[in-house]
Design a binder for this molecule. Structure first.
Ligand code: OGA
Ligand code: MN
Length: 314
C-alpha cells in the first residue's frame, strides 16, 4: 500500500476520491517494538493489510485490516480520526469486540456517555449498551413510535451539548433489510441556493425529545459550524419542534423542505450491515435513520452502541 495519505492532513478539505477507490489512511510503514521477552513484532502487525475504500460520494470510508479490540497506536488513532473528519462515516468490518472493548475503543475519541439512566434501567456504564428490535420475550418487533430511530435524526440533539459521534457494532443482523442510511447535511447545505442560505442564516431550531415532551427544550443553530473542520452543516431532524421566532406554518414548511432537500439520494450513504461491522459516524454533519422494513418484524437485529460526548453547537 502506498503509505502516503489521501486523507487530508488538514481538517476541512474534502477528499475527491470516487466511491470504491482504494485510498491510504496515512498510517506509516510498520515500525518495530520489542517487549522484554518478545521477539521483534511489528507495531502495526494487524495493519499491514490495512485498506481504506471510499463508499459513496456522500461520505463513508471502509477501513479493513485493523484490530480495534486492542489499544490503538497514536498513529492509527490519528489516522482513524482524520478519516472520520474527512468521510464522516467510518466502517470497520470484522470487529468482534466485547462490549467492554468497544467502550474502550470509543474512549479514544472522548468521554463515552452513559445511557438508559432516564428509564431507570440497571445498566453497566463501562460497556457498550445493547440496542435491539426484540420485545420482552425476545421476538423481533417493528415499533415505529415518534421517537424511533426510523425517522431521520441526529443523536440526542435535545441536549445542550449533543454527542459528537455514535458507533454501532452489528452483533446480529437480518439477512436482508435493517439498513442504516446517513445523509450528509454539510453537502446538503453547500448545495442550497444562496437565497436559502441567506434566509436560514442565524435561525435557531428548538429541540425536545420526541419520547418525553415534558422535558425542557433547547435551541441550536440551524446552520452549525463543524467544530473541527469549520464546515457549515444543517442541524435538525426528528426531535426538532420548530424554528425560533417563525410562524408555526412557515417553520414547519421550512423544516420539511430542508429535510426533503438534505435526504436526496446524492447526499445519502446507505449501509448494508454484516455481523461484525463497527460503524462510527459524525452527528454534527449527518442525519441518519434505520430503514423501516418488514425484516425488522421477522429477524433479530442486535447492535452494541456507544456515544461520545460533543460540544455546544455554534
Ligand atoms: C442510533 C441509531 C440506527 C440503526 O443508534 O442512534 O439511530 O440503524 N441507530 O440502528
Ligand atoms: Mn440515532
Amino acid at each position: 500500500m502506498n503509505p502516503s495519505s489521501v486523507v487530508p492532513a488538514k481538517a476541512g478539505t474534502h477528499p475527491s476520491a470516487s466511491p470504491n477507490e482504494t485510498i491510504g489512511i496515512g498510517v506509516g510503514e510498520p515500525t518495530h517494538t520489542r517487549g522484554p521477552t518478545e521477539p521483534w513484532v511489528p507495531a502495526f502487525a494487524r495493519t499491514t493489510e490495512l485498506r481504506a475504500e471510499k463508499l459513496a460520494a456522500a461520505g463513508g470510508v471502509r477501513i479493513a485490516g485493523v484490530e480495534l479490540s486492542e489499544p490503538l497506536s497514536p498513529e492509527l488513532k490519528d489516522a482513524i480520526w482524520r478519516a472520520f473528519l474527512a468521510h464522516h462515516i467510518v466502517v470497520f468490518p470484522g470487529q468482534f469486540l466485547t462490549r467492554g472493548q468497544q467502550f474502550a475503543f470509543a474512549g479514544n475519541f472522548g468521554e463515552v456517555e452513559v445511557h438508559g439512566a432516564h428509564r431507570g434501567e440497571a445498566k453497566r456504564y463501562d460497556v457498550a449498551h445493547v440496542m435491539s428490535n426484540l420485545d420482552a420475550d425476545g421476538n423481533p418487533v417493528l415499533r415505529v413510535s415518534k421517537a424511533a430511530n426510523y425517522h431521520w435524526h441526529t443523536d440526542k440533539p435535545y441536549h445542550a451539548a449533543p454527542p459528537m459521534l455514535t458507533m454501532l457494532r452489528a452483533v446480529e443482523v437480518p439477512p436482508t433489510g435493517g439498513d442504516t442510511e446517513f445523509a450528509n447535511t454539510a453537502l446538503a447545505y453547500d448545495a442550497l441556493p444562496d437565497e436559502t442560505k441567506w434566509r436560514i442564516a442565524g435561525l435557531r431550531v428548538v429541540f425536545r425529545p420526541a419520547f418525553d415532551e415534558s422535558r425542557a427544550a433547547v435551541d441550536h443553530p440551524l446552520v452549525r459550524m463543524h467544530p473541527e473542520t469549520g464546515r457549515k452543516a444543517l442541524y435538525f431532524g426528528n426531535h426538532s419542534t420548530h424554528i425560533l421566532g417563525l410562524p408555526e406554518a412557515e417553520s414547519a414548511a421550512l423544516l420539511g423542505e430542508l429535510l426533503d432537500h438534505a435526504t436526496q439520494p446524492q447526499f445519502v450513504y446507505r449501509h448494508r450491515w454484516r455481523a461484525g461491522d463497527l460503524v462510527m459516524w459524525d452527528n454534527r454533519c449527518l442525519l441518519h435513520r434505520l430503514v423501516a422494513d418488514d425484516s425488522m418484524r421477522r429477524y433479530r437485529r442486535v447492535m452494541h452502541r456507544s456515544v461520545v460526548r460533543g460540544t455546544v453547537p455554534v
